[in-house]
Every structure is written in C-alpha cells, then in structure tokens.
Design a binder for this molecule. Sequence first.
Ligand code: ATP
Length: 582
Amino acid sequence: MSSWSDSVAGGADPAAPMYRPSRPSYVPPHLRSSKPLSASAAEFSPSSRNPNSNRLRQPPRAASRPPAPVEALSNLDISGVDVRSDGGGGINFDAYEDIPVETSGSDVPPPAGTFAEIDLGEALGRNVGRCGYVRPTPVQRHAIPISLAGRDLMACAQTGSGKTAAFCFPIISGVLRNRSSSSQQGAYRGARTACPVALIMSPTRELASQIHVEAKKFAFQTGVKVVVAYGGASMYQQLRDLEKGVDILVATPGRLVDLVERARVSLQNIKYLALDEADRMLDMGFEPQIRKIVEQMDMPPPGIRQTMLFSATFPQEIQRLASDFLSNYIFLAVGRVGSSTDLITQRVEYVPDLDKRGHLVDLLHAQRFNGADGKQALTLVFVETKRGADSLENWLSTNGFSATVIHGDRNQYEREQALKSFKVGRTPILVATDVAARGLDIPHVAHVINFDLPKDIDDYVHRIGRTGRAGKSGLATAFFSNGNQPLAKALADLMQEANQEVPDWLVQYAERTSYGGRSRRLGGSRFGGHDYRKDVPLRRGNNHSQSYGGQFGGNASAVGVCPNYSNAYDLGHGSVVASGWE
Ligand SMILES: Nc1ncnc2c1ncn2[C@@H]1O[C@H](COP(=O)(O)OP(=O)(O)OP(=O)(O)O)[C@@H](O)[C@H]1O
C-alpha cells in the first residue's frame, strides 16, 4: 500500500476524509515573511493543491481543536538531555522506580538491588563500572539473576530501559564460568568451522552491529571473543573474524543460515541463545528462518541450551509461538507489555496527507528556532515506504535541510554512513523506514516524527522509543490522517496509558474504530494480562521433553566438528537445566 510520500511522488490523490479536523494554523514568524519553499508552501499548501482547502480548516465535529504544535513545542524539553541525573551513569532511575513488575513461572529467583549483589565475575564487574553503569535498571535487576540461575526467560521491558545489558551480562558471565570449568577451552580455535557458545540474533544489520559493539565493551579484557555476522557486509572479513575464534556470535538470520550451510559456523555448542526484538524475530517475516536456525540445524534443544527472549512488545500470539523455543521459562514484564515510556511526550496531530510536508517544515523550523544555538536537534522522521523515504529526504535536502535517509534498498555502506552522519549531527534529520525502528540506541535523538504512522501499534511503540531513552526525555509527534483510522483506538489507549493528552478528535476516531476493526495484533487482550500462559490451561512452553522427544534438532552439515564445550549438555532432558557455572 502506498503512503502519502509515494502518492506525492506518483501524483495520486488520497481519499477524501470522513472527519476533517483542522490542521493547526500557527505559522512561525520566520515563515510568515519568507518566500515559500520551492515545493512546500506553494506546491503543498492546502490552498494551492486543493480547491476545497477551506474545508480543511473546519474544526472536527464535536471535537476540540488540536493544540497548535509549534507553539507548544517551545514548552517542551526537546534537548534530549537528562531529566535529572542522580549518579546512575546519566540515567534517571527515578523515572523507572514506579514501574510495576510482573514475573510468572515457577521458582522465580529474587531480583537484585545493585550490581554488587550480582556475581558477574571480577572482569565483567569492572567493565560494568567502566561503562558508567552504577545501578541496574529494573529489567536488569530482575532479568540478570533469572538468567544467571540458568532459567529460560521471556522478558518485556520498555524501549531504552537497558535490555541489551540484561542479556549480555549473563551470557558473558556464563561463557567465562563455562570456560574455567571446561578443559575444552579454545580447542575449536583455528578450525574452519566456528563453534560459538552463545548466539545473539537481531532483526537488522545495524542493530546486530550495535549489540556487537556493546557486547565487546562489556567483554573488554575478559578474553571472551565476540564476532558479528550480517548481510550486506564483506563475507570474507566475517569469515576471517570467525576463524580467529568466537565465543559469542551476534548475527542476523539470513547471514547466519548462509554461514551454517557453508559449514563455517556450527551451532552444536550453543549454550546461550538470545533473541533481541524477539517478537519481530518470530513474526511472519522472520519466523521460518528462525525455526530453521533454532530447530532444524544443529542447535541443542530447549532445556539443553538456555534461551532468552527480549523485546518492548510481545503480542500474545507471538508469546504462544515463542514458547516453542523455551523450556520452563519465566515471564518478566517491566511495565505493561507493549507500553511506551512516559519519558516520551507524545503528540498526535491531524494532518491531511497533502499537508504533511508543509507541516513537517513548520515543525523543523520551529524546533531549530527553539533549539540550542539555533541548531537542529536530532530528528528521526519515519515514513512507510523506501520510495517515500527517498522522496522526502530529497525534498528536504533540496529545501535547505540537512537530511539523510536509511532504508532497506540502500547498500550497507550507505546505510552505515547515513546513521553515522545522523549520530554526529552532520545531518541532524534522518528519514527512515522501519529498518531503523527497533533497538537503535542513538544518543540525543530529541524528536521522533511519524510522518506516516505505521499500521501496527507495536511498531509505533518501537519507533517513538528511539527517543526518551535511558531516563532522558524525548518528544514524539505523529501525523494522523484518515488512512490511519484503524490505528486510532490502539493509539488513543496507548497514549492514555502513558499519561499523555489524547485529543478529542482522536477519541472520536477511536470510538469509530472500536465499532469496527481492531489492530491485527491487539485482539481484546493487549492491555489486559501479560503472560499468555495465564490464559491457557496447557502450557506448551513447559513440556519440551515431550515435544522434542529428547532429540537434538537437526542435521546441519557441520554436525560433529565442534568439541563439546561443557558437560552441562549431559543433563537430562526436560529438566530445568542448571547453567554450566553452577
Ligand atoms: N544500568 C545502566 N546504567 C546506565 N545506563 C544504562 C544502564 N543500562 C543501560 N544503559 C544505557 O541505556 C541505553 C539504552 O539501553 P538499551 O539500548 O539496552 O535499551 P533497550 O531496552 O534494549 O531498548 P530498545 O527496546 O529500544 O531496544 C543505552 O545507552 C545503555 O548504555
């Protein structure tokens, strides 16, 4: 389906709206007198494009007028700096203190209050301090002791709340402890087939690269080798890195399958499996590949390996699917599943499709006007399609904005350059598709603009989560048009839950939606229970000794090439497997 950006590129006219809430009419002073932008004020203003443009200015029926965004912007902290630093390594811990935590499953290990209470080992403990991590975040307080106790885990915690460390610390610690108890240390090094002990998978190359960088920091001077493998980058270089030895492999699914099929990686020694953005990894796009890797290659089954699934969102049907990969797992939810953090100020504005570019320019100008030293704050603009992304970036650049673009049709070099240039502020506007929606931790992103809203509320949660991270404040603005009606209810509910102001006109849209369709993932339960096992009598996730019959999952070409890394594999099937370090 084409977005507005495409329709501009292709000349299509969007359908007439049912409601026509007014577009905020405030125009920043510098725009009132300046000549119109070549394709904005003139080409895209309602009056020039739409002979009925006066209709656009009518207030919505029985709805209050949406607040003028540009005026209100000046009242918001969009600097992306700490709300309040309390010695927590720049993280505002108070922001997380009140978040309700739910755990379910049997024999849940108690949470830790401090890093000192967690035995991560000396070297890793030192690195935690070096990273400036003074106190664990709530997800870390709960997830790290659970994982260190050898338990499988499905963890859901809000964007930017420190999930990466929550799975990296126990994995690194586990690799180290396995090593000291294993006579096989380093035996696989130098072989053509690499046999990692831990596998971390992520849906995008950029996220894999980011996790690799983080994991290497955490593993600094521990001797634990972390290697990354993802598509679009030199296979030759990745093979060379693998040949030097690998304990922890961070990979995207496609490249990993390729490496296993070439017998350059074997998964038979995998003791720790972590899926970051697990719900994305198990949705329709990735699930077949993940099943192939986890069930049909040579990876030990659940109950033998330890599996950790992390995301900020976990729809119930994905939880159900995910339980196939887990054994007697603990479910952990920090905050409500799929909720957004209230560190992010969320605004939603009714913007007819043809007005979006003009409105974006207003926002960007106002932001520059209000920002530090007149500089453009880092702003991430999400659009629906690759073509729309190129078109918008091109248009912004032509009109004097420093912008760049990232999407799946750009080559890896271009993608990396775009991200780098955005991070350092050379091009403070990044136009992106959903390829940048998940996991990316870019400091100082002050504003996320959903130029095109996604179809799924979970995607919205991840997109806006690129700001308001690690206790910092952030701003997210969504342009809502009639095509977004199916999202209205979920959006209104989400905003309300995060204590955001929900405009009356959105409530009206939401009421209409509730009579009609729902977002495909929502069902009736998204804002209800967390752990799906509470709703079903049969716990599929708890009986893997039956479903796997005690067999290893498959027969990849590399089977048998890796020496056993740890005798932890000798444990009985179906039991809660103690980690090698216990
Ligand atoms: N205990 C801590 N103390 C200080 N900073 C921390 C701590 N834990 C994590 N951080 C920082 O918080 C930021 C966000 O962490 P991270 O990227 O792991 O979030 P996330 O929960 O994985 O987010 P997302 O859902 O978007 O993937 C990072 O910059 C990280 O370095």
